[in-house]
Write a protein that binds this ligand. Sequence first.
Ligand code: NAP
Length: 260
Amino acid sequence: MSVALSSNMLITGGGRGIGAATARLAAARGWRVAINYTSNAAAAESLVTEIKCTGGDAITVQADVADEAQILRMFRTVDEQLGPLGALVNNAGVVDVPADVADMSVARLQRMFNINVIGSFVCAREAVRRMSTVRGAPNFGPGYGQGGAIVNLSSAASRLGSPHQYVDYAAAKGAIDAMTIGLAKEVANEGIRVNAVRPGLIETDIHASGGLPDRVRELAHLVPMQRGGTAQEVAQAILWLTSPEASYTTMSLLDVSGGR
Ligand code: NAP
């Protein structure tokens, strides 16, 4: 089995930025979407209202992906309100303010890896437990175990290293690349495809959250296409990877970075 049979999609960090663009596009293509957020309930709820107004179906589900108990609660909520998942988009992620490795605290490193790496691992684990053609039905009952697709948000930073900005973030995304490769091989024969998208400079709030609101405009000259990308352009790649059109695509690290 190579395609997701359930039309339910969970998007972590789905209330804003790339996650929100993915939720909009997914809903337009018939997915029922669970939009996870951690603190910005207003953004997630207004997105659900927007999706419902255009004929789609979506719910919000709060959880901090750095906290295992909250992830477990989020998956139980999705089980109860939507049913079996066909796709997980591991999108929630953070950067920190620019710093050299020589100046990084352990607290900073732990936050970076807890959210960006361990959060993605635990969400992938919970999705695999439900989607796997081997594990799903025995553990979760009828309707589970029909396979699915997992898309991890990596970054061009995993190739570039982000010196003097955030090597910690780049290394966390390097871990996501390795997790994508290993997990894809582990579950390839259990109906689950696992891929990553590696965006380049994309216009979202993430740059302001790291203290660099003009980062995309300032670095656009380094991009062969000479511009930043939009969240919609990344969402299109994510939706392709979750679709039956990508039925033979697993273990891919898809660069969406304007050639950078
Ligand atoms: P963004 O605009 O800053 O949005 C981040 C989203 O993640 C928000 O919805 C936020 O929730 C959520 N989030 C943050 N911490 C969380 C946590 N602990 N638990 C659950 N949700 C959490 O970011 P973005 O630019 O769309 O980035 C999305 C993904 O793409 C990230 O993994 C990022 O690393 C990756 N990426 C982005 C770029 C880029 O240039 N934008 C480039 C490469 C890769 P709230 O709304 O509740 O705050």
